[in-house]
Design a protein around this ligand. Structure first.
Ligand SMILES: Nc1ncnc2c1ncn2[C@@H]1O[C@H](COP(=O)(O)OP(=O)(O)OP(=O)(O)O)[C@@H](O)[C@H]1O
Length: 408
């Protein structure tokens, strides 16, 4: 977008919003506070949001990122009216439909169809309007006979299908989506993304919390980074998600006890400053989850400061818990890059073929050396993350090809 969208009248304006929770350390303290609170304080304050201000224009899609406990859910609950702010002001000029991880106003005792009627009424639709939309909501949710079953019998995926269908079929002016889509299966998630794009085309404003940074980059006009209850940055979604990602990886790396000097393969005798990596990323745009046996490919580009006689690249992969699992160069693969001049960009692709990495979270770095590996020209941080998930139970750090043979 969309400087044009950002300059429109705000649909949502949040000014100086703060939320302080009361923390009762012992179960009985809450009652004591009620009975004797006039004499003594039995709780301590916890500030979950501090002076948060931003606005969303009509038709704008805004993403929120922040680590666990940053205050995202607290903010969304205040915006949807399920939680009272301690200070500040929220102004919304329109109909808000929300799809929150915890409770989207759905009553588990009622059937899917009854919930549609209930939520539609809460959102201000009359009977005729609800009857009008009922077929579309049912079709989108794909719940079949379950639409007439109590929601308490639904799986979490079915629950999200219902909640998403209702929230997006009632003509909201602002749709709030909190991480909920991660529950659904891939086909439904894709369908939801298509629906979100349709709503964007109809100028619906969307506030979207997600840990899926590539989706945020793709669909958001702006992003907000919440950190410790405060707005750390607002702006371009690509920039914000990259900064947030680097911040998280740095945190993980130090928390995991990595050496302050990242170990790379091979260890150089001398470190020079012959260039910088301008690109190091996964090739599969938007995909960071892999299955055992997948190819995991990375793209890289190195800009050179001086002439070199041909670079050797070394890829290092660490588990997030700090274990170094792969350190290999193109030299042992028998592949070479030609000599290159200063200011040239040398690019390539490195692929972990048929990965045997076990389920877990990983981070990757790449380094460039001279041809006898004595000089390190440049290296990246551990700034590319991906994960491997296994569709079947497996417990080790690698998934080795194994054959089993019954013998009598
Ligand atoms: N009802 C509550 N009482 C006390 N503290 C709370 C309450 N709800 C949340 N908190 C605290 O407020 C902080 C912000 O929580 P919140 O759930 O808003 O974060 P979040 O960014 O949504 O996290 P996550 O990504 O894990 O969902 C956390 O430290 C949390 O422990």
């Amino acid at each position: 977008m969309s400087s044009e969208r950002a300059t429109r009248t705000p649909l949502l304006r949040v000014s100086g919003l703060s939320k302080v929770y009361r923390i009762f350390d012992r179960p009985g303290d809450r009652l004591k506070q009620i009975l004797f609170g006039g004499f003594k304080r039995y709780y301590r304050d916890y500030t979950a949001l501090k002076d948060v201000s931003f606005s969303i224009a009509k038709g704008e899609t805004v993403g929120i990122v922040g680590r666990n406990g940053a205050g995202k859910s607290t903010l969304l609950q205040i915006l949807t009216g399920t939680l009272q702010e301690t200070a500040g002001e929220v102004t919304i000029n329109g109909r808000v439909a929300a799809l929150l991880e915890l409770g989207s106003g759905i009553n588990p005792e009622l059937t899917g169809r009854e919930n549609i009627r209930l939520l539609a009424a809460i959102l201000g639709l009359d009977d005729a309007e609800t009857n009008d939309r009922m077929p579309a909501i049912e079709t989108f949710a794909e719940l079949g006979q379950f639409i007439d079953q109590p929601v308490k019998n639904y799986s979490s995926g079915m629950y999200v299908r219902l909640a998403f269908s209702i929230a997006t079929c009632v003509d909201p002016d602002l749709l709030i989506v909190d991480e909920a889509l991660s529950v659904g299966d891939v086909a439904f998630r894709n369908k939801c993304m298509r629906r979100i794009n349709e709503l964007r085309a109809k100028d619906v404003s969307i506030l979207f919390v997600s840990h899926d940074l590539s989706t945020l980059q793709m669909i958001c006009d702006r992003a907000i980074w919440l950190n410790d209850g405060q707005v750390k940055a607002i702006g371009n979604p690509v920039q914000i998600t990259q900064d947030f990602h680097a911040f998280m990886v740095a945190g993980d790396v130090s928390a995991a006890g990595f050496d302050s000097d990242l170990r790379i393969a091979p260890p150089p005798q001398q470190i020079t400053d012959h260039g910088q990596f301008t690109v190091f990323k996964l090739r599969s745009v938007g995909i960071t989850d892999y299955l055992p046996g997948d190819d995991i490919a990375f793209e890289f580009s190195l800009r050179l400061d001086e002439d070199i006689d041909g670079a050797i690249f070394g890829l290092s992969i660490y588990r997030r818990d700090g274990d170094w699992v792969i350190g290999q160069t193109n030299k042992e693969a028998g592949v070479t890059w030609p000599p290159a001049k200063a200011n040239e960009v040398v690019s390539g692709i490195v692929t972990l073929r048929d990965t045997v990495l076990g389920p877990g979270e990983y981070v990757a770095a790449i380094a460039a050396y001279n041809s006898d590996l004595s000089l390190l020209y440049a290296m990246t941080e551990l700034n590319v993350s991906f994960s491997v998930r296994s569709p079947y139970p497996t417990w080790g750090k690698i998934i080795h090809p194994v054959s089993w043979e019954p013998r009598s």
